[in-house]
Design a binder for this molecule. Sequence first.
Ligand code: GLN
Length: 316
Amino acid sequence: MLGTPQCPANIQKVIDNLIAEMRTHPANGQVADYIPALKNVDPDSVGIACCTLDGEVITAGDADKDFSVQSIAKIYSLVMAMTRSDDQLWERVRMEPSGQAFNSIVQLESENGIPRNPMINAGAIVISDIIVSRYSTPNHAFVQFVSRLCGRDPVLVDNTVFASEKKHGHRNAAMAHLMKDFGNIHGKVENVLEHYFYQCSLSLNCSDLARSLLFLANKGIQPTTGETAGEEVCTRVDCHRVNAILSTSGMYDQSGEFAFSVGLPAKSGVGGGIVAIVPNFGVIAVYSPRLNQFGNSHAGKWLITEFAQKLGLSVF
Ligand code: GLN
């Protein structure tokens, strides 16, 4: 790859320049505060990591700073649920964009408690219900799954964020109870929410995120060296499906605009992280906690957009 726009030395130069340019921009957006524990971060952190299929991680800025991954965890839980389910899963949660905010409840009643997709909160709560019913120790299984993919043992769940999620998660609780009433939550609502909040409270850094999701850029197989090298994390079909859902729903009600301007399957979290999958190339992960009005990292979205354009990365 040496000499091509995608060689590691060139990637390093591109991301160093982007971080330097980023720091000259006025700070836009607000740190999430609807879960109080999320407010306690440096609002001006900014980091980027790019992991290529050979496992090389190229970083700039605060790429090794841990942060709350929040909704990015919905990718791991979806893969865990898919590997222990058949296609009936897609009768309980659909694969359509919602066009609504990530925590919106409005469609749930008119659509009989079936969430539009697994990347909005309601959908991820159904996925949590599936995990709780398929794994004997769901929280442990989740941490183990992510730890193995990151090659970091064990990954950490931030207990302050976890407690804050539980205390302030009234909207998520309302959606879970509504879906229970429609028969689309099978377990005890309390247990399902507990697991959902646990997933959201996972702390990782950009390097971990990029490395752990390489299998999605490699048809379901984790390509790096180490414990998980060559392991099939999910089938090729499931890999295709996850990427399709990320392309249409991963950036909430900004997913259309993101596909239009970037063209990569991606997922954001209100902690300020975004990951983007580049099939047959690698994964980009960014962190910057100030969010735009859609709940997506302001600087993070800019970084991914610029990076993808400079390297000519798009699936379309
Ligand atoms: N924990 C958050 C919530 O449930 C996750 C949402 C997000 O990152 N968009 O509201």
